[in-house]
Design a protein around this ligand. Structure first.
Ligand SMILES: CCCCCCCC/C=C\CCCCCCC/C=C/C(=O)SCCNC(=O)CCNC(=O)[C@H](O)C(C)(C)COP(=O)(O)OP(=O)(O)OC[C@H]1O[C@@H](n2cnc3c(N)ncnc32)[C@H](O)[C@@H]1OP(=O)(O)O
Ligand code: FAD
Length: 667
C-alpha cells in the first residue's frame, strides 16, 4: 500500500510509523510548497542521497564531542572533500541546490566559506564596478581567494556612522591608507575573518582632504596568497569561543597605515577620482546592500532552523510514551497532551509562515539589485529596508522562543546535546543580534511607520505604499466568524491603533519641547510595539496569500488548518491591545480560544507529516532524538557510550584529585 507520507520504512519505530500512516497529504507535495518548486524539493532529496554515499562527507565524530580546534579542522576538512565532489553533486549555478548541499554536509556550526558565499561575493555583486567584477568576482567565485565582510568594530556595530576605521585618500600615490586609530576601532566579529579569509570587504570611514564621507566598502587583501601569513600592517586573529558557530573563526582585524590602491574602493555607486573628487552614490545607504541581502534571506533561513528543532521535538513526542489519558493500562504518546500540542503546533505554523515571507523578501531583494545594477534605480530600497528590518527582528525572536519550547518539550533529553536543539538555538538567536540588533532594527521600521502616519495626518494618504495603506483606513467592527479576512481586519485595527498612538505620543513630547531624539527615546518601547504588530500583520497576510495560491487540494487543506491555528494564536497573543479600548469582547476572546483548541485537534494526525515535509535528512539534523526511524533509546545509549569520558572506567582526574580527597576523609 502506498502511503502519503514518504518517510515510512520497514523496521522503523512503530509509533512513528503509525503517525505517518495518518497523513492526509503527500509529504513530497508539501515539500514542493516549502522549497518553492518541485525541482528543488526533488533535487534536495537526490543530493542528500548522493551525499550519504560519500563516507568522507560524514562527520568523523558527533560534533558535540569535538573541541573548538577539532570543530574548525573538521569543518575545513569536509569543505575540501566537498570541493572535489561539487560538480558531481549539484548544478553549481543553482543557489538552492548549493545552499542545501552546504547545510547538509557542513551543518550549522560555521566553516571557512560561510561568509564568502553569504556576504563577500554578494557585496562584490552589489557594489563592484564592471572592472572590479572582472578583476575580483571570477577569482572569488572560483575560490582562488576567500573573503569575508568586516564592518563591525569592538566599539561600534549598530551605529555605523561612528565606525572608527579610517580610509584616507592620498592623491599623490592614488592610494587609501587604512588605519585602526584606537583599540575600539579593531574590526571584531566578522565571520571567517580570524583564520580562514585572505581577503575582506572592509567597511571604513572614507576621508578625503580631512573631510569624512562616512562608511564605504573597500576590497582588501589581508594575507599572502601563497603563505597565508598576514601582510605587514595587518593584525588578524580569532575572537574565541561563542554561544554557537564554534566551527567558524569570527575574527578581529587591525590596520597600521595599510595602503591599498584607489581602485579598491568598491565603486559601482560612488567613487573617488584621481584628484580626490568624490562622486556621490544615488542613495546614501546603497553601500548597505550586502546587509539588506542577508536580512532578506533570514526569514527562510530562520524558518528552516525552527523547522529543524520542531522536526526533532515532534518526532520525539510521538516516540516518547509517558502518563495516561483515559485508558490506565496504556501510557500515551506525549504528543497527545493538549499542552504539548499548544507548545509545538503554533510554532510549526510560524515556521511555514516565516519561510513563505522569506520567499517574498528574497524576490524583492533580487529585483532591487537588478534595478540598481541595470539603471541605478534605488526606489525600492526604503520599503525593503523597513520590511526586512521588522521581519528579521520579529522572526528571529519568535524562532528563538519556538526552539526553546521545542527543547523543553523534549524533557530531560532535550537538554542533552544529543538532541542538538541547544546548538540550533545558539545559531538561531545569533540572528537576533547579527545583521542589526533587533531593537535597533525595530526602531528603523518605526521611522517608516511614523512617517506614514504623518503622511495620513497631513492629508497625503494617497502617497502611502501598499504595505501601510491600512494606516489610513477607517475603523470598523469585525465579526470573527467570517474567515481569514476578518482576522486581518482585526489585526489591522490593532496595528494601526498602536502606530497612531505611538506617533501621537512622540509628536506630543516634541510639542512639549523635547528634541526629536529625546522624544523618540521616550516613545521607543511603544514604537517597537508598533513595529512588531505591523510585521506580524505582514506575516499573517503573506501566509494567507500563499495558502490561497496552493493548487494541491490535500496540501492546501493541511495548510489551511495550520493557517487557522496561526490566525487564532496570533490574535490571542495580541488581544490585550484590542481589549484595551473594548474593540474585542470577552465573548470574542472565548470564540478565538475555542477555535484554537479545535485547530490543535485537527492538526494532531498530521503533526509528524508536517515536520517530515521539511525533509531534513538525519545527517542534516544531527539529532539522536530527531532520527527519522524513531529508534531513540538504543542510540542515546550508544551516543553516551561514545563520550570521551567513557574511554576509561577510571579517569586520571579521579586518581589524581578525587581519590586522595576521599582517602584523606577516611583518616
Ligand atoms: C543564500 C544566502 C543565504 C543567507 C543565509 C541567511 C540565513 C540565516 C540562517 C543561518 C545562516 C547563518 C549565517 C550567518 C551570517 C551572519 C553574518 C552576519 C553579518 C553581520 O552582522 S554584518 C554587520 C551587520 N551590521 C548591521 O546590521 C549594523 C546595523 N546598523 C545599521 O544597519 C544602520 O546603522 C542603521 C540602519 C541602524 C542606522 O543607520 P544610520 O545611522 O546610517 O541611519 P539613520 O540615521 O538611522 O537613518 C537614515 C535614513 O537611512 C535609512 N536607512 C538606513 N539603512 C538603510 C538601508 N539599509 N536601506 C535603505 N535605507 C536605509 C533610514 O531608514 C533613514 O531613513 P529616513 O531618514 O527615516 O527616511
Ligand atoms: C554570530 C554573529 C556573527 C556576526 N558576523 C558579523 C560579520 O560577519 N561581519 C560583521 O561586520 N559583523 C558581524 N557581527 C556583528 C553584528 O553585526 C553586531 O554585533 C550587531 O550589528 C550588533 O551591534 P553591536 O554589537 O554594536 O550591539 P550594540 O549596538 O552595542 O547593542 C547593545 C544594546 O544596545 C542597544 N542599542 C544600541 N543602539 C541603540 C539605539 N540606537 N536605540 C536603542 N537601543 C540601542 C541594543 O538594542 C542592545 O540592546 C556578527 C555578530 C554575531 C553575534
Amino acid at each position: 500500500m502506498a502511503f502519503l507520507n514518504k518517510e515510512i520504512r520497514d523496521g522503523d519505530n512503530q509509533d512513528l510509523t503509525e503517525e505517518r500512516r495518518t497523513a492526509t497529504f503527500d509529504t513530497d507535495k508539501m515539500a514542493e510548497v516549502i522549497y518553492g518548486s518541485e525541482k528543488l524539493a526533488r533535487r534536495r532529496r537526490e543530493i542528500s542521497h548522493a551525499v550519504s554515499r560519500i563516507p568522507e562527507l560524514a562527520d568523523s565524530r558527533p560534533l558535540p564531542f569535538l573541541d573548538r580546534f577539532e570543530k574548525v579542522t573538521e569543518g575545513t576538512r569536509k569543505l575540501s572533500v566537498l570541493d572535489r565532489h561539487l560538480a558531481e553533486l549539484i548544478d553549481v549555478n543553482d543557489n538552492g541546490e548549493a545552499l542545501h548541499l552546504y547545510h547538509e554536509v557542513m551543518g550549522m556550526e560555521g566553516h571557512p566559506l560561510a561568509l564568502h558565499e553569504v556576504m563577500f561575493v554578494p557585496a562584490l555583486i552589489g557594489q563592484a564596478s564592471d572592472e572590479q567584477y572582472e578583476k575580483w568576482l571570477g577569482r572569488a567565485k572560483r575560490r582562488e581567494i576567500i573573503g569575508c565582510y568586516a564592518q563591525t568594530e569592538l566599539g561600534h556595530g549598530s551605529n555605523l556612522r561612528k565606525l572608527e576605521t579610517t580610509a584616507t585618500y592620498t592623491p599623490s600615490t592614488q592610494e587609501f591608507i587604512l588605519h585602526t586609530p584606537t583599540i575600539t576601532a579593531l574590526k571584531w566579529w566578522p565571520g571567517a575573518l580570524g583564520k580562514s579569509s585572505n581577503y575582506a570587504v572592509v567597511v571604513a570611514d572614507l576621508i578625503i582632504k580631512d573631510k569624512s564621507y562616512g562608511p564605504h566598502p573597500f576590497i582588501v587583501q589581508l594575507r599572502d596568497e601563497k603563505t597565508h601569513q598576514p601582510l605587514p600592517g595587518i593584525t588578524v586573529g580569532d575572537i574565541g569561543p561563542k554561544m554557537a558557530f564554534n566551527g567558524g573563526d569570527n575574527g578581529y582585524l587591525g590596520f597600521d597605515n595599510f595602503r591599498i590602491p584607489r581602485e579598491n574602493l568598491l565603486n559601482r555607486h560612488s567613487r573617488v577620482e584621481a584628484d580626490g573628487t568624490y562622486v556621490r552614490p544615488p542613495h546614501a545607504k546603497i553601500g548597505h546592500s550586502a546587509m539588506i541581502r542577508v536580512r532578506s534571506h533570514m526569514a527562510t533561513g530562520q524558518g528552516w532552523l525552527l523547522g529543524h528543532a520542531l522536526t526533532i521535538a515532534i518526532r520525539y513526542s510521538a516516540v516518547r510514551i509517558q502518563g495516561f489519558l483515559e485508558d490506565k493500562s496504556h501510557e500515551v504518546k506525549v504528543l497527545d497532551y493538549q499542552t504539548q500540542q499548544h507548545r509545538l503546533f503554533p510554532a510549526i505554523a510560524r515556521a511555514y509562515a516565516f519561510i513563505f515571507c522569506g520567499f517574498e523578501t528574497i524576490r524583492l531583494y533580487d529585483q532591487l539589485i537588478l534595478d540598481m545594477n541595470s539603471n541605478g534605480n534605488t526606489s525600492g530600497m526604503a520599503d525593503l529596508h523597513a520590511l526586512t528590518s521588522g521581519l528579521k527582528s520579529v522572526v528571529t525572536h519568535f524562532v528563538g522562543q519556538g526552539i526553546e519550547q521545542a527543547r523543553m518539550a523534549c524533557g530531560g533529553h532535550g537538554y542533552s546535546m544529543a538532541s542538538y536543539i541547544s546548538e540550533i538555538y545558539g545559531v538561531a538567536i545569533g540572528g537576533c543580534t547579527y545583521e542589526g540588533e533587533n531593537m535597533v532594527m525595530l526602531l528603523q521600521l518605526a521611522r517608516y511607520l511614523v512617517k506614514s502616519v504623518e503622511l495620513v495626518k497631513s492629508g497625503k494618504a494617497n502617497q502611502l505604499g501598499p504595505m501601510v495603506a491600512y494606516l489610513a483606513v477607517a475603523d470598523h467592527k469585525v465579526n470573527l466568524a467570517t474567515g481569514p479576512d476578518s482576522y486581518v481586519k482585526m489585526f489591522q485595527y490593532i496595528s494601526k491603533r498602536q502606530s497612531w498612538k505611538a506617533t501621537e505620543k512622540f509628536l506630543k513630547f516634541m510639542e512639549n519641547g523635547d528634541s526629536r531624539d529625546v522624544a523618540w527615546n521616550k516613545t521607543a518601547v511603544e514604537l517597537t510595539r508598533a513595529s512588531r504588530l505591523h510585521t506580524r500583520l505582514y506575516i499573517m497576510e503573506t501566509f494567507i496569500r500563499r495558502v490561497e495560491s496552493v493548487t494541491d487540494i490535500p496540501v492546501k487543506s493541511a495548510l489551511t488548518d495550520l493557517l487557522n491555528l496561526h490566525l487564532n494564536y496570533e490574535l490571542l497573543d495580541v488581544a490585550s491591545y484590542a481589549l484595551e479600548d473594548g474593540f474585542m469582547s470577552s465573548n470574542q476572546m472565548d470564540f478565538i480560544k475555542n477555535q484554537l483548541y479545535s485547530s490543535l485537534e485537527k492538526i494532531r494526525p498530521n503533526a509528524v507529516s508536517l515536520v517530515d515535509s521539511f525533509q531534513f535528512s538525519d545527517m542534516q539534523l544531527r539529532s539522536v532524538l530527531g532520527r527519522r526511524d524513531g529508534h531513540v533509546y538504543q542510540n542515546l545509549f550508544d551516543w553516551a557510550k561514545s563520550s570521551p569520558l567513557n574511554k576509561t572506567d577510571v579517569l586520571p582526574s579521579v586518581t589524581q584529585y578525587l581519590k586522595p580527597m576521599m582517602e584523606k576523609a577516611k583518616l
